[in-house]
Design a protein. Sequence first.
Length: 113
Amino acid sequence: MTKTIGMIGGGQLCRMLGEAVEEKRLPFKLIALDPTPKCPGYPYLTKQFVGDFKEEDKIRELAKQSDIITYEIELGNVEILEEIERSGKPVHPSPETLRIIQDKLRQAGFLES
């Protein structure tokens, strides 16, 4: 059964994931949210949502069409990702991880502990 991975960010990491999925013939489809039309990951996407990484409606629509959500950029909307996770949709890395890496002081403290 094919699963759909929804990625916030359609850049280099999205492209590399798409290449791996294609090369290894993994049972995944990729969709992504990125502000740049025909982003670097575009050749490997089933669908691209063009919009800002924090755009609530676009993130919700991405989640609605995905089996799992991930992100390649730290500019995501933590609150919406928490909401999506609470609804039962897997989000990896966790929204809490995103919250930590968005705050460099908090990230340094986390890494020191």
